[in-house]
Structures are given as structure tokens and as C-alpha cells.
Design a protein around this ligand. Structure first.
Ligand SMILES: NC(=O)C1=CN([C@@H]2O[C@H](COP(=O)(O)OP(=O)(O)OC[C@H]3O[C@@H](n4cnc5c(N)ncnc54)[C@H](OP(=O)(O)O)[C@@H]3O)[C@@H](O)[C@H]2O)C=CC1
Ligand SMILES: CC(=O)N[C@@H](CCC(=O)OP(=O)(O)O)C(=O)O
Length: 343
């Protein structure tokens, strides 16, 4: 039985990890931290977990994490990097849901995240936790940097086209939208029902911190320079990411549907939908599956890729558990097989 710890247990990705791990056959959660709720039973704060956990929150500095085999960081940026070196030195594996170790160019990370990096020496060692791209490296990792929810959708959507080199990589467009839970439980006023409800808007249009992560990932896939325009939007829903991706085909003779079906045929959590499908976020709510459909409107030279995922599952906690399964040699879908919740 793998002993898991969670730092940041009172947040949305933290409680999502608890929900998913509650039914994981090979994992026992033995520590979950909160600075403000230490001593309080987890199920007090999250009644959906009653009957599943007898655990109480502990302070992050309590030392409880030392008895874990793996620790998940479900914390804001800048938190994991101050604790990770000590955990790794004790032989504990780390799976970080924050952006602390995703961007290899530390100066670029510091520019976008507006803080000095506390352990730049670990950035090059960290493995970017997108299984569909890095499964073999994840298997051997000590430190895994889970992708952001938007980057997960954009990278999986563009991946087959860039791998085959059949699009102009100098002019990619990613129009993405997220449910309000993407901002986290301690979010700003902007995601309150009274503010976000019955409305739809773009944000960070001048530049979002996912741009360098998305660019790095697309360039890793393409093996060369990529230029992408990324515009996030806020949806008046709780969960869900919808990305609409645009590119110009440099080769119009490729059967796009077959290309996507072939590339993702053996991927347990990428569903290439039948030609002409319109993926909906409600079809992935609570599940770890990312659904994709691809179009070439009017048989022209543009390709449009539609991608949906649950930002808290494939976009965060589900993908983190998928990475843990790979890391510990477990069935990759262990604890992740429940279908999405619909309606
Ligand atoms: N929400 C989403 O859809 C996604 C989020 N992410 C990333 O995952 C991480 C967590 O996000 P999310 O769950 O939404 O965030 P929340 O704001 O919901 O939760 C943050 C958690 O971190 C804890 N925390 C805050 N500061 C510290 C600290 N200094 N030391 C220890 N714990 C701390 C808080 O616990 P307490 O105050 O009780 O100690 C809280 O439980 C973030 O980096 C986010 O960017 C990634 C993909 C998707
Ligand atoms: C709606 C909303 O606010 N979404 C968040 C995305 C959260 C996420 O993906 O987490 P990382 O910051 O770890 O990448 C945002 O735009 O910042």
C-alpha cells in the first residue's frame, strides 16, 4: 500500500485528490495538511468524505509528511519549492500540482510568477507530468511537475498535428475557457456566483502565465520554434475546460480523424470522438478523460481542434494520480475509472 501525503488539503485540488484517492485500491492517505485547519477532521470540512477518512488536518511543519512514500503539493506557486528538497533527500517522491517546476527557464518562471525560485537546481530534474508525452520519463522520476489545466488541453489538442509537422507552427491560436473552480477555493471576488454567474468574459488577454508553459510544451513536441496566441475565458460553471484550437494546415492531404484516432488509440484518458462531434464539458465532469474532436471546416486550409476536460481532474488531481500510478508501476487507470458525472 502506497502512503500518500497531501500539502494543501483544504483547496479544490486537495479535496479532489482525497475524493479520487478514497477509492484507489493501492493508496492510503496518511497525511493531509492545512495551516488554518490543523486538528480538524477532514470530513468536517468536506462532508462528501464522511465515512471515507478518519484523518485530521495537520500543520505542514508537523513532520507527518516524513512517513509518506509520495507527497502531492496542491498549493499555490512558490510553496512546494521551499519543502521539496527536504522530502526528496528523505527518498520521498513528489508530485507537484503547482507551476513551481514546469518551466525549465528559471528566469522566465521568475518573470511570470513574480518571485525568486527557491530551488532552481531541481527544475531541470523535474519531469513534466503529461503521460501522453512523457510516460517513460515519469516512470523514472523523483519529482513530477503536473501541467496546468489549460496547458493540458492545448498540448493534447495540438500534439498530433505538431508531431506530424502538418501545420504552420508560427501562428497557433488557443481560445480556452474554464469553470470558476480553476481559480481555487481561496479565489478572488471575481469568481463568486454574484460576479461570475450568468456572464462570460476573457481575462489576462494581454498575457497569461500559462503562455510560457504552453509555448515550451508545444516547442518540445514540434522540435522547433512555435508561436501561439492564448486567450483564457471564465465560464459561469464550476468545473470544466473547453479549448478551441486553430492552425493553418501545411499539408491538406492528411486524414485528420485517422491521425488523431491512431495517435491516441492506446491512451486510456484521451477520447477522440467520432467525426463531427461537438465535445461538451458536462461529458467529462468528475472524470479523468479528455475528449477531442478535429475539423477542417469547408475542406479549407484551417484545422480546428475542440478539447474538453475537467480542470480539477485531468487538468489537475486526476492527472496527478495518473502520474503516481505510472511512477509506482500501478495500472495507469487505478482509482480513475469512474465515468464522468452527468447530468
Ligand atoms: N484549480 C484548478 O483547476 C487547478 C489548480 N492548479 C494548481 O494547483 C494548486 C492548488 O490549486 P487549488 O487547489 O485550486 O488552490 P486552493 O486555493 O483551492 O488551495 C490552496 C491550498 O494551499 C494551501 N496553502 C496555501 N498557502 C500555503 C502555504 N504557504 N503552505 C502550505 N499550504 C498552503 C491552502 O491550505 P491552508 O491555507 O489551509 O494551509 C489550500 O489548501 C495551485 O498551484 C494551482 O495553480 C493546477 C491545475 C488546475
Ligand atoms: C479560472 C482560473 O482562474 N484559472 C486559473 C488556472 C489554474 C491552473 O491551471 O493552475 P496553474 O496556475 O497551476 O497552472 C488561472 O487562469 O490562473
Amino acid at each position: 500500500m502506497i502512503k500518500a501525503g497531501i500539502v494543501g488539503g483544504t483547496g479544490y485540488t486537495g479535496v479532489e485528490l482525497l475524493r479520487l484517492l478514497a477509492v484507489h485500491p493501492d493508496v492510503e492517505v496518511c497525511a493531509i495538511t492545512s495551516r488554518g485547519e490543523a486538528g480538524r477532521p477532514v470530513a468536517d470540512l468536506f462532508p462528501n468524505l464522511r465515512g471515507h477518512y478518519d484523518l485530521c488536518f495537520t500543520d505542514p511543519a508537523s513532520g507527518e509528511l516524513d512517513k509518506c512514500d509520495v507527497v502531492f503539493f496542491a498549493t499555490p506557486h512558490g510553496v512546494a519549492q521551499s519543502t521539496v528538497p527536504g522530502l526528496l533527500a528523505k527518498g520521498i517522491k513528489v508530485i507537484d500540482l503547482s507551476a513551481d517546476f514546469r518551466i525549465r527557464d528559471v528566469a522566465l518562471w521568475e518573470q511570470w510568477y513574480k518571485q525568486p525560485h527557491a530551488c532552481p537546481e531541481l527544475v531541470d530534474e523535474a519531469v513534466y507530468g503529461l503521460p501522453e508525452l512523457n510516460r517513460d520519463k515519469i516512470r523514472e522520476a523523483r519529482l513530477i511537475a503536473c501541467p496546468g489545466c489549460y496547458p493540458t488541453s492545448v498540448l493534447l489538442g495540438f500534439l498530433p498535428l505538431l508531431e506530424q509537422g502538418i501545420i504552420d507552427a508560427s501562428d497557433l491560436i488557443a481560445n480556452s475557457a474554464s469553470g470558476a473552480s480553476g481559480a481555487g477555493r481561496q479565489a478572488s471576488i471575481g469568481t463568486l456566483l454574484t460576479e461570475a454567474g450568468e456572464s462570460f468574459k476573457a481575462y489576462a488577454t494581454a498575457g497569461h502565465r500559462h503562455l510560457p508553459e504552453i509555448t515550451q510544451g508545444l516547442q518540445d513536441i514540434a522540435g522547433g520554434k512555435v508561436s501561439v496566441t492564448f486567450v483564457p475565458h471564465l465560464l459561469p460553471i464550476v468545473r470544466g475546460i473547453h479549448s478551441t484550437l486553430y492552425a493553418t494546415l501545411s499539408n491538406k492531404d492528411v486524414d485528420l480523424q485517422s491521425l488523431y484516432e491512431e495517435r491516441y488509440r492506446d491512451e486510456p484518458f484521451v477520447d477522440v470522438m467520432p467525426a463531427g462531434s461537438q465535445p461538451e464539458t458536462r461529458s467529462v465532469k468528475g472524470g479523468n478523460t479528455c475528449r477531442i474532436s478535429v475539423f477542417r471546416p469547408q475542406d479549407g486550409d484551417k484545422v480546428v481542434v475542440l478539447v474538453v476536460e475537467d480542470n480539477l481532474v485531468k487538468g489537475a488531481s486526476g492527472q496527478a494520480i495518473q502520474n503516481m500510478n505510472i511512477l509506482f508501476g500501478l495500472p495507469e487507470n487505478a482509482g480513475l475509472m469512474a465515468p464522468a458525472l452527468l447530468p
